[in-house]
Design a protein around this ligand. Structure first.
Ligand SMILES: Cc1cc2nc3c(=O)[nH]c(=O)nc-3n(C[C@H](O)[C@H](O)[C@H](O)COP(=O)(O)OP(=O)(O)OC[C@H]3O[C@@H](n4cnc5c(N)ncnc54)[C@H](O)[C@@H]3O)c2cc1C
Length: 446
C-alpha cells in the first residue's frame, strides 16, 4: 500500500504517469472526493492536481467556515446533516487525533418586522415538516433574554442549534491525510483535459501528462476554462464575495454568541477567536468595470479574473458594519457603530460558483433563471470518464463530506448514498425550496 504523498512542482521524473482517477483542484471539493473515493474503493490510485503552493488555495481562504442544517430543500439539508455527522465523528471518518476546531454555537436569523417574523415562522414550520425539529422559532423577548446585546429591535428569530463553524484548512488537510493511495501534486499549472474520441484519456500539465480513465473537475472558479479544454461548456457562473475579520468586538457580543444573520440584505457576523469577529454580506455586484462587453452578464463572470483581491471594495467593511448597526439600532459609537471595529481589519475576497442552468416556471408559464443553491455533482454526459463537482456556492465547506460521497458514488458506479442527492444532477433544472440562500428573490413559482 502506498501512503499519501505531496509533491511540489514535480520534475518530469517525479510526475506520476498514470492513475485510476485524476482530480483537478485541491480545495474542499477535490480533497473530499479523493477521501470518499478511497473509502468507497480502497486502493484506487488517485492523483489530485492543485495549482497553488498548498491545498485549499481557492474560495475557502475567504470563507466564514460556517455550517448549518437549516436548508429548506431536502437535498441540501440532508447533505449538510450527513456532512455535520462526519464533522462530529471526525476521528472515525478522518483518522485518529483529527481536530477540526468545531464550535457549535448556532445560527440566529433575525427579523425586525412582523412580515419578516411571519416568514421566519413559516420557514421553521417547513423545516419541522422536513424533520428538522431542532430548529426553533424565537420571539423577540426570547432573543432579548438569550442575547441581550442584540437589543430590543429584534421582533423574532429562527435558531438552528446544530450550526457553527470550524477550521476549513484543517478539514481539507484531514481529507488529504486520510487518504492512502492518493498523490497530491502542488504548484502544477496549465492542466488540460485529454480525450480519446468520446472518452477521457487523462490530463496534460506543464509538468507532464498523466493517463487516467477517469478525471474529476473540482477546481471551483477555474472549472469553466478547464472544461473548455475538452470542448465542453460547464453551466456555471461566478461572483466575487467578500468577508473581513476584526481583532476586536464590543462588550456583550461574547465568545459564546451564535452566528447572527440579520434581515435583508443579510449582513452576518460571528465571534472569531477570543476577541474578534468575522463578517460577511452578499451584496449586489455588477461587472461594468471589468466587463465592458454590453452582452456580458451584469452580475456574474464566466471566467475568473485574478487576483480575486481586485474585487475587494474598500467600503465593504464600513458598509457591513453600518448596516448591522442600523438594523440593530446601535447609536454612533456603540455596538457595531463603534469605530474600534475598523482598526486592523483583515479583508478578503473569493469566488462563489453558481449553477447557471436552474430555472423556475412561474404561475404565468414564463421561465425564470434563478440562483440555485445546488452544486453540480455528476458524470458529464457523452464523455465517458469525466465527472464534475462544482458550483458549491457559499457552502462548499459545510457540504464537503457529502459532496465527496456523492461524487464517489458516480465514479465507482455505486448507488447514491441518499435518493434526494439525485437533485445535484447536471440537468435537474428546478428543485422546490432551492432559492433560499441568504438572498430573497421573491419569485412566485408554479
Ligand atoms: C466570502 C466567502 C464566504 C464563505 N463562507 C462559507 C461558509 O461560511 N461556509 C461554507 O461552507 N462555505 C463558505 N464559502 C464557500 C466555500 O468557500 C466554497 O463553496 C468552497 O471553497 C468551494 O470548494 P471548491 O473545492 O469547489 O473550490 P475552491 O475552494 O475554490 O478550491 C478550488 C481549488 O482548485 C484550485 N484550482 C483552481 N483552478 C485550478 C486548475 N486549473 N488546476 C489546478 N488547481 C486549480 C484552487 O487553487 C483551489 O485550491 C464562502 C466563500 C466565500 C468567498
Amino acid at each position: 500500500m502506498t501512503t499519501t504523498r505531496f509533491l511540489t512542482n514535480p520534475s518530469p521524473a517525479e510526475m506520476p504517469r498514470s492513475a485510476d482517477v485524476v482530480i483537478v483542484g485541491g480545495g474542499p471539493a477535490g480533497t473530499a472526493a479523493a477521501w470518499a473515493i478511497e473509502r468507497a474503493a480502497p486502493g484506487t490510485r488517485i492523483v489530485v492536481i492543485e495549482q497553488g503552493s498548498q491545498l485549499a488555495s481557492g474560495a475557502s481562504l475567504a470563507s466564514l467556515e460556517n455550517f448549518r442544517t437549516c436548508w429548506a430543500a431536502p437535498c441540501l439539508h440532508r447533505m449538510m446533516q450527513r456532512s455535520i455527522h462526519v464533522f462530529h465523528h471526525a476521528e472515525e471518518f478522518l483518522g485518529e487525533g483529527v481536530k477540526l476546531g468545531l464550535k457549535q454555537q448556532g445560527y440566529l436569523f433575525l427579523a425586525f418586522t412582523e412580515p419578516g417574523a411571519a416568514t421566519l415562522k413559516s420557514d421553521v414550520e417547513h423545516l419541522h415538516r422536513c424533520g428538522l425539529t431542532h430548529v426553533a422559532y424565537l420571539t423577540g423577548d426570547e432573543v432579548a433574554q438569550r442575547h441581550p446585546w442584540l437589543g430590543r429591535k429584534v421582533v423574532a428569530a429562527k435558531y438552528d442549534p446544530v450550526a457553527g463553524w470550524m477550521d476549513s484548512n484543517a478539514l481539507v488537510y484531514a481529507f488529504a491525510n486520510a487518504t492512502r493511495s492518493t498523490t497530491f501534486l502542488l504548484e502544477v499549472q496549465q492542466t488540460q483535459l485529454r480525450l480519446n474520441g468520446d472518452r477521457v484519456r487523462g490530463v496534460s500539465t506543464a509538468n507532464g501528462d498523466i493517463d487516467a480513465p477517469q478525471v474529476v473537475i473540482a477546481n471551483g472558479a477555474g472549472a469553466r476554462p478547464l472544461g473548455r479544454s475538452a470542448g465542453i461548456d460547464l453551466p456555471i457562473v461566478i461572483r466575487p464575495r467578500q468577508s473581513f475579520t476584526t481583532g476586536w468586538r464590543h462588550d456583550g457580543f461574547d465568545e459564546e454568541s451564535p452566528c447572527v444573520i440579520s434581515a435583508a440584505p443579510f449582513p452576518h457576523v460571528r465571534p472569531e477567536a477570543r476577541s474578534g469577529a468575522i463578517f460577511g454580506y452578499e451584496y449586489k455586484w455588477n461587472t461594468k468595470a471589468v466587463q465592458p462587453d454590453p452582452d456580458a452578464r451584469r452580475d456574474a463572470l464566466l471566467d475568473p479574473l485574478y487576483p480575486v483581491e481586485q474585487f475587494k471594495d474598500p467600503r465593504f467593511p464600513s458598509v457591513t458594519l453600518a448596516l448591522l448597526a442600523r438594523q440593530l439600532g446601535h447609536a454612533p459609537g456603540q455596538g457595531f457603530a463603534d469605530p474600534r471595529y475598523l482598526r486592523g481589519i483583515y479583508h478578503r475576497a473569493g469566488y462563489y460558483v453558481y449553477r447557471d442552468n436552474a430555472y423556475a416556471t412561474l404561475v404565468d408559464g414564463t421561465r425564470v433563471r434563478y440562483d440555485s443553491q445546488r452544486a453540480i455533482i455528476d458524470a458529464w454526459p457523452g464523455l465517458e470518464g469525466l465527472f464534475v463537482s462544482v458550483a458549491h456556492v457559499g457552502h462548499g465547506i459545510m457540504s464537503a463530506p457529502a459532496a465527496g460521497e456523492i461524487l464517489a458514488s458516480k465514479v465507482t458506479g455505486q448507488p447514491l448514498p441518499d435518493p434526494t442527492f439525485a437533485d445535484f444532477g447536471l440537468d435537474v433544472s428546478y428543485v422546490e425550496h432551492d432559492m433560499g440562500g441568504l438572498s430573497d428573490n421573491g419569485l412566485k413559482v408554479k
